[in-house]
Ligand binder design. Structure first.
Ligand code: FAQ
Length: 311
């Protein structure tokens, strides 16, 4: 079969909603795009453990601590499914991890902001996990089988994450004046970075055209961002917080909320490595990697011993 015939067959499969599997023929660019997106996604989960892990020892009570530990462990699990899924495309985990540790790989901009107060942990659950689910539900139907299957469980867990965050903010919203102020302050700081998470506007989104054609992505960055804004406004009202955007207003004609201009300079600055915590995140991952060297060595020695015994 010629390359052109293979490409036609591939696109027909995608159009007919037949999943592409690891052993199937696929265009090089499809493979590259998936490795890029899935590995960035995996790195985001792993780096995303840091801002929340920061509060495990300081959670206000045992129940909150248990929930937070479970959530952070879930993120580690998500990273592992996603690395496994990317490995089926021919890249090794070591290569991906080296890209993260060397600073070559991207991960979500959102994890380069600090978690300054306990309310930030609730805001991360409500807004960051909320934005993550809005984007990731479509990925359960992505065209690449191993990625789609990994996303099913991830989305179920993200949904619990969003709810626990909202429930914890609801408790603050019924608390003292200080707690209410802490809640509003967290929302003020997390709102804009959360809506930036969806990525650049569609006209600046370099990967979207191909990713949509190949059904890796099924909805555009701007459409998902709009759906998130629309869904979040009522939730904010119940919490009694103001979303920090004076231009946020229901537009009867569009049937959507209008919102203010995103500060794209800030977004690209963070993506390029100059956000408030980029350096700290890279250092933390490198430190964990270096300090875990003995575990990797011990595991290798143990595996060798087992192999030799069996031989
Ligand atoms: N941050 O052409 P597009 C989570 C880059 S997981 C940094 O639109 P694409 C769970 C993009 O890579 C959150 N870079 O790109 C959790 C590209 O650069 P490249 C992560 C960004 O791929 C919660 C360039 O800009 N979720 O939160 C960002 O078609 C709480 C042009 O952009 C996923 O990864 C950004 N925000 O669309 C964990 C979901 N946005 O690679 C712990 C899977 C864009 O060409 C605690 N990924 N860029 O050099 C996706 O759906 C897509 O990759 C998008 C971006 C939608 C993120």
């Amino acid at each position: 079969m010629t390359q052109e015939q293979q490409e036609v067959l591939f696109q027909q499969k995608v159009d007919n909603e037949i999943k592409i599997e690891a052993r199937d023929w696929m265009p090089d660019d499809y493979r590259k795009t998936l490795i890029r997106q899935i590995s960035q996604h995996a790195h985001s989960e792993i780096v995303g453990m840091l801002p929340e892990g920061n509060w495990i020892t300081r959670a206000p009570n045992l129940r909150r601590k248990l929930i937070l530990i479970a959530k952070v462990q879930d993120e580690a699990g998500h990273g592992l499914y996603l690395y496994s899924s990317a490995e089926t495309l021919g890249i090794t985990r070591e290569e991906m991890y080296n890209q993260l540790l060397s600073g070559k790989a991207k991960y979500s901009s959102i994890f380069n902001y600090p978690t300054l107060t306990w309310a930030d942990i609730g805001a991360v659950g409500w807004l960051v996990d909320g934005a993550a689910i809005m984007n990731q539900v479509m990925l359960c139907r992505t065209s690449y089988g191993p990625y789609a299957r990994a996303m099913v469980r991830i989305c179920k867990e993200e949904s619990f994450h969003q709810r626990q965050g909202y429930e914890s903010l609801l408790a603050l919203s019924k608390g003292s004046e200080e707690q209410k102020e802490m809640l509003q302050d967290a929302v003020n700081r997390w709102w804009w970075p959360s809506i930036m998470m969806f990525g650049p506007s569609d006209n600046e989104s370099t990967n979207s055209e191909k990713s949509m054609l190949w059904k890796i992505k099924r909805q555009s960055n701007d459409d998902l961002r709009q759906r998130f804004v629309d869904a979040t406004v009522d939730q904010a009202r119940i919490l009694g917080v103001t979303l920090p955007d004076p231009k946020l207003k229901w537009n009867e004609e569009r049937g959507h909320y209008d919102f203010g201009e995103i500060d794209w300079t800030e977004f690209w600055n963070v993506v390029k490595g100059n956000g408030p915590c980029n350096k700290e995140r890279a250092e933390a991952r490198n430190k964990a990697w270096n300090e875990g060297a003995w575990v990797r060595e011990a595991a290798m020695v143990h595996a060798d011993k087992k192999k030799n015994k069996a031989a």
